[in-house]
Design a protein around this ligand. Structure first.
Ligand SMILES: Nc1ncnc2c1ncn2[C@@H]1O[C@H](COP(=O)(O)OP(=O)(O)OP(=O)(O)O)[C@@H](O)[C@H]1O
Ligand SMILES: [Mg+2]
Length: 277
C-alpha cells in the first residue's frame, strides 16, 4: 500500500486539537507501539486523529502497513528550507479517522534546524485545527531538536517506560527536557501519565520500579500497565493496530484501558489549552 493524501474534511472550526507527545529519553520503551495503538484507539472511538512520526526510524508507517514511496514528503520536510504546509503531509491510513504524517528515514538529525518551535507553528495552521480532534506525536529517544520540537508543540506528554533498573534514570532525564521546553515557551506542557509497558507484576523488580516511579510522579500519574504480549510485536510486523490484528489479546485489552483513562483525563480538562492548571 502506498500513501495517499487525505482530502480536506470540510469541518467547521472547532476547539483546537489535543496534542499528545509519546516520549522517553530511553530507546526501546514502547513509544511507537503506544503511539500507534493509542492513535488507532482514538480513531476507533470516532475522534479525527493524526499521528505524526518525528523519529527518523520511520516505524509508525510500518506499524500501520504503509510503505512511503521514494521522494515521499515527510514530517522532516517541515524542518527544511521552503517547507510544505503540515496539511500537505497528512496521509490517509487504512483505518477510518486515522491519518499519518510519516517520517523521513534518510533525514540526518544533525541537519535539522535549531528552531524548536517549527512543529508548534505548523500545528497552529487553521487547516490542521479544523481537521483533527487528537494529534499524537511519536518522538525519537535522541536529545535533539526533533525531541524539543515534539515537546514544544505538545499539550500533554505520555511516557511509556519498561520497568527495568534504568527506567527511573530515563524518566528523570526526560523531566529535565520538560523543564527546558517549558523555559523555551511551552508553558502548556503537562505530564498526562507514565505508562509501564512489557509489565509483569509477578516479577518483584517490575513491582519495585513501578512503585519508585509512582513515588517520583504520584500514583495518579501512573497509567494502567501494558503487559508483555507478543501479539503487540506481531501486530506491528503485520502492519496493523493490535485492535485489528488481535482484538482479544492482552495487548489490546491493556491499550484500550489506557486509552479510556487518557480520554477521561482529556475530557475532564477540556480543550481550552490556555486555561490555568
Ligand atoms: N507490551 C509489549 N509486549 C511485548 N513486546 C512489546 C511490547 N511493547 C513493545 N514491544 C516490542 O518492543 C520493541 C520496542 O518497542 P517500540 O518500537 O514501540 O519502542 P520505542 O520506544 O518506539 O523504540 P525506539 O526508541 O527505538 O523508537 C518492539 O519490537 C515492540 O514490538
Ligand atoms: Mg520508536
Amino acid at each position: 500500500m502506498t500513501l495517499t493524501k487525505t482530502a480536506g474534511l470540510g469541518v467547521l472550526p472547532n476547539a483546537p486539537p489535543n496534542v499528545l507527545a509519546v516520549t522517553n529519553r530511553k530507546g526501546g520503551t514502547g513509544k511507537t507501539t503506544t503511539a500507534v495503538n493509542l492513535a488507532a484507539a482514538f480513531a476507533a472511538a470516532g475522534q479525527r486523529t493524526l499521528l505524526i512520526d518525528l523519529d527518523t526510524q520511520g516505524h509508525c508507517a510500518f506499524g500501520l502497513g504503509l510503505r512511503p514511496t521514494p521522494g515521499q514528503l515527510s514530517a522532516h520536510h517541515l524542518f527544511a528550507d521552503a517547507p510544505p504546509t503540515l496539511a500537505e503531509l497528512c496521509c490517509a491510513t487504512a483505518w477510518a479517522g486515522l491519518d499519518l504524517v510519516p517520517a523521513s528515514t534518510d533525514c540526518r538529525h544533525g541537519r535539522i534546524s535549531d528552531d524548536d518551535r517549527i512543529l508548534a507553528r505548523a500545528l497552529a495552521e487553521p487547516a490542521i485545527a479544523e481537521r483533527y480532534d487528537q494529534i499524537l506525536i511519536d518522538s525519537p529517544p535522541s536529545l535533539d531538536h526533533l525531541l524539543f520540537n515534539a515537546l514544544s508543540a505538545a499539550h500533554w506528554a505520555i511516557v511509556p517506560f519498561v520497568p527495568h533498573p534504568l527506567a527511573g534514570e530515563g524518566v528523570k532525564q526526560l523531566a529535565r527536557v520538560f523543564f527546558q521546553a517549558a523555559m523555551g515557551g511551552n508553558t502548556r506542557l503537562r505530564l498526562l501519565g507514565v505508562l509501564p509497558v512489557m509489565l509483569d507484576t509477578r516479577i518483584g523488580q517490575h513491582r519495585a520500579i513501578r512503585a519508585q516511579v509512582a513515588e517520583q510522579f504520584g500514583e495518579q500519574r501512573v497509567l494502567g500497565g501494558i503487559r508483555n504480549d507478543i501479539k503487540l510485536a506481531e501486530a506491528f510486523a503485520a502492519g496493523q493496530p493490535v485492535r485489528v490484528y488481535a482484538p482479544r489479546s492482552r495487548g489490546q485489552h491493556d491499550y484500550q484501558e489506557a486509552f479510556e483513562t487518557i480520554e477521561t483525563c482529556l475530557r475532564t480538562h477540556g480543550r481550552d489549552h490556555n486555561a490555568p492548571l
